[in-house]
Write a new protein. Sequence first.
Length: 382
Amino acid sequence: MPKTFLITGGAGFIGSAVVRELIHNTDHTVINVDKLTYAGNLESLETVANNPRYTFIQADICDAKAMQQAFNTHQPDVVMHLAAESHVDRSIDGPAAFMETNIIGTYTLLEAAKNYWRSLKETNPAKAETFRFHHISTDEVYGDLAEQTFPTPHGSEPAFPSPLAGEGPGERGQSLPLFTETTPYAPSSPYSASKASSDHLVRAWQRTYGLPTLITNCSNNYGPYHFPEKLIPLVILNALAGKPLPVYGDGSQIRDWLYVEDHARALILVAQNGGVGETYNIGGHNEKQNIEVVQTICDILQEQVPKSTNYRDQITFVADRPGHDLRYAIDASKIERELGWTPRETFETGLRKTVLWYIENKIWWKRVQDGSYQGERLGVST
């Protein structure tokens, strides 16, 4: 049966992918609530803008009155909370916005959802029974795997062991540790600390008030419509412009890369079929060092937009980010085992699609560059 999804941050990178997936590939209705900060872009939603099942509300999740009105007017069946300040470097320069949006905003939204859900229990018990609040978080709340040596649960091997086993931290020849749903929180940056706080709030509202919540923690996303302050789009656009390709430190930092459309499918699956009070880690099973990511982008560009010199020659090593975590990696076996989700894209296929999208969609990223971000270095102050 078609449902109404209220999505916060639906004009952002991951949020817009979720909105497009819901409108293009389901019969559900979407209410998109977004403040339209620098990273919110309605041009990412042009393909759904005129669909009768789509409604946009420009509002701040910290505005309690606006949030309660959105719930009361649109009577959602599912809330998917993606609105967040999300860039580590920006959180180093200005943490206040992260505390406000990610902590106070989540609290405000939880209160609106709780009030709405309690009213449903009186007026529509069946709808209250199936109502869900899905909070979307990050693997960065777990901290730095390079500094952790805990084994996989009960000494068992994860479903998708690290491909870097024996090549990095940990004992030679053994699987490196992966983040599981029970990994202790140890955030390193103002951003990840604010997201960890929001996760704790969601769990508290479920435990204390019974609000039917779910949480997902994802690995690094990439794909079309990505705001160009993040590594992959920044490297693509700098390379095309003949600018230096900045790599923090020696580029040995390891991330698990998840194609954004795979993530969107996983989020919708969890929102509909996940267990109340459960947490699901979502990863792409693609651990790559940052330098390897940058080099692969250069090679694809050399193939697609050839030039006399090599794009790799533009790679420039710069001072590392303060407090930079060395390694993140997700064990996503729970969501596969319990909900049947696996990513469709490999890193190779997803990255190629991403590079081609930026080559073919200059109008989209040129407007972003002409507006709120020109590729400047962030997060250098301490």
